[in-house]
Design a protein around this ligand. Structure first.
Ligand code: ZN
Length: 250
């Protein structure tokens, strides 16, 4: 998914969550990485700065969303709170939204699953709209630098100027190899897991047209390149995922 589609979807799915500070996969100080897939939206519930679990949506029966609906009514009805205090209390019930993608960490040059916070994702979304910043499909064609300020927990996000438009290096491609990196699959897995823990049956609408979202050479736009999935071989599954045959969309 494109970052701007993911940002839009996050507003539809979690309208109250967008502005919240997200998960901290990024470290304090300077972080450098290369995004190598599109994005998937993931929301988490929090209580007193502790994560309660991945949200799978009020409509799908998320028990925390249901409980929060009741809590919201109670907060709004309270006579002892000012409007500002009510706003603050309601704010605590919001999910935090993050944007999940696979990256190559430039610190140790390994592939990792990143949960990019809203503010960083929004900046990437602005670049996608700006024609001066090249994208290959859904993927920014440059390295990204995110600096997290320790005190304010603020993020500033920059492009790696020297990498603009240069594509992935041979080393990067070798690192990715035959892996199929699909952030949607990870998020669906997390939602299913969360639903299972809550005793709720959760089904995922798999997109039929879903293909591995990975940066490819420009001349290879017609079909996924052979190196992603050798013909006749079963699709490799990411580690740490309980993936059944039905889960594999191709
Ligand atoms: Zn929820």
């Amino acid at each position: 998914m494109k970052i701007n589609e993911a940002l839009e979807q996050s507003q539809e799915l979690y309208p109250s969550g967008g502005g919240q500070t997200s998960f901290y996969e990024l470290l304090d100080g300077e972080n450098k990485f290369r995004i190598i897939t599109g994005f998937a939206v993931m929301a988490k519930h929090w209580l007193n700065k502790q994560p309660l679990g991945v949200c799978f949506g009020l409509a799908k029966g998320c028990p925390i969303c249901k409980a929060n609906e009741e809590k919201k009514k109670e907060i709004v009805a309270r006579q002892d709170l000012t409007d500002d205090e009510k706003f603050e209390e309601l704010n605590k019930l919001k999910q935090s939204v993050s944007f999940v993608c696979y990256i190559i960490d430039r610190v140790d040059n390994t592939i990792k699953l990143a949960e990019l916070p809203y503010s960083v994702s929004k900046r990437i979304g602005e670049w996608e709209k700006d024609t001066e910043y090249p994208f290959e499909g859904d993927v920014p064609n440059f390295d990204i630098k995110v600096t997290r300020d320790v005190k304010g927990r603020k993020y500033s996000t920059d492009v790696g100027i020297s990498t603009i438009g240069k594509g992935l290096s041979a080393e990067d491609k070798e690192l990715i190899g035959e892996q199929i990196l699909n952030p949607e699959k990870f998020v669906n897995h997390m939602k299913k897991k969360s639903a299972k823990e809550a005793g709720v049956e959760y089904t995922v609408e798999e997109k039929v047209e879903q293909l591995p979202e990975i940066q490819v050479e420009e001349e290879q736009t017609d079909a996924p390149p052979d190196f992603l999935q050798p013909a006749g071989e079963p699709a490799p599954t990411p580690p740490d995922e309980e993936v059944t045959k039905e889960d594999i969309p191709f």
